[in-house]
Structures are given as C-alpha cells and as structure tokens.
Write a protein that binds this ligand. Structure first.
Ligand SMILES: CC(C)(COP(=O)(O)OP(=O)(O)OC[C@H]1O[C@@H](n2cnc3c(N)ncnc32)[C@H](O)[C@@H]1OP(=O)(O)O)[C@@H](O)C(=O)NCCC(=O)NCCS
Length: 116
C-alpha cells in the first residue's frame, strides 16, 4: 500500500493486487487536488512491468475520475452484500496504448530521415 502524506497526516491511500487497483481513497476534504492522480501514477509503472492492462471495480462516484485517467468502462456489476447490492463498474486501462495526446510534437514521417 502507498499513502499520500501532508503535514504528517495520511490524506490518501492506494494498493493493488496483481493488476487490480484496491483501496484508492482521498480524504474528502483533500479531494480534487491531484492526490488521487499522484497515487495512481505511483502504481501504474509497477503494474506495467508485468501486465498489459490495469483494472478496477470502480464505485459509481469514482467513474469520472477513472475516465479522466484514461480508463474505459467495461461492465456494470452488482456485488451482493447480504440482501443488498453495491453497484460497481469494471473499468480498464490499456497500459500499452500510445497516448496520442503525447505525440502532438513529433515530427511528421517524411522528416524522420533528416533526424537520423
Ligand atoms: C476517486 C478519488 C480517489 C479521486 O481522488 P482525487 O484526489 O479527488 O482525484 P484528483 O484530484 O487527482 O482528480 C483528478 C481529476 O479526476 C476528475 N475527478 C475527480 N473526482 C471527480 C468527481 N467527483 N467528479 C468529476 N470528476 C472528478 C477531475 O477531472 C479531476 O481533475 P480536476 O479536479 O482538475 O477537474 C476520490 O474522489 C475518492 O476518494 N472518492 C471516494 C472513494 C472512492 O470512490 N474511491 C474509488 C474506489 S474504486
């Protein structure tokens, strides 16, 4: 597990099992300050060494966060707990996909020769 610490206090947590994200939480008063992003960025390179994709059973509330992090929704799931159920969305991010946003400044193919 990794924790985010601010002024000696834990303000966020993340853990993972295989390629599955577990326990990603940012303390409510500290949300929308980039902590969740940093926690995810911490584990992605570790998972990428062994897996082609990263998966999470997301709470409905966290779906916009994961979408922003380039995850795609794959399946709606209702997890049975007693007689009730918790709705989750299985989301995945392909760790091998080239992020086109980062390719913006690359030279065009015809210019490659002059660069060699
Ligand atoms: C999901 C969670 C971990 C996000 O953590 P965070 O530290 O707030 O995330 P960030 O600040 O890094 O957010 C990055 C971007 O994701 C998007 N985002 C995050 N939370 C969002 C929300 N509630 N609604 C819409 N977009 C959201 C935004 O685009 C945000 O960037 P912006 O603030 O510049 O617009 C946090 O909301 C949380 O702990 N939620 C409760 C527990 C939970 O549902 N955990 C997930 C279990 S699967």
């Amino acid at each position: 597990m990794f924790v985010a610490i601010e002024n000696n206090k834990i303000v966020g947590t993340i853990s993972f099992q295989g390629n599955k994200i577990k326990n990603l939480f940012t303390f409510p008063a500290k949300q929308r300050k980039g902590i969740g992003t940093k926690l995810l960025q911490k584990i992605e390179p570790i998972i990428k060494k062994r897996f082609k994709k990263i998966v999470v059973y997301s709470s409905l509330d966290a779906v916009p966060f994961y979408k922003k992090m380039n995850f795609e929704s794959k399946k709606k799931i209702i997890k049975k707990i007693d007689s009730t159920g918790i709705r989750q969305i299985l989301m995945e991010k392909n760790l091998q996909k080239i992020n086109k946003k980062n390719l913006g400044n690359l030279p065009k193919a015809e210019n490659f020769e002059s660069m060699i």
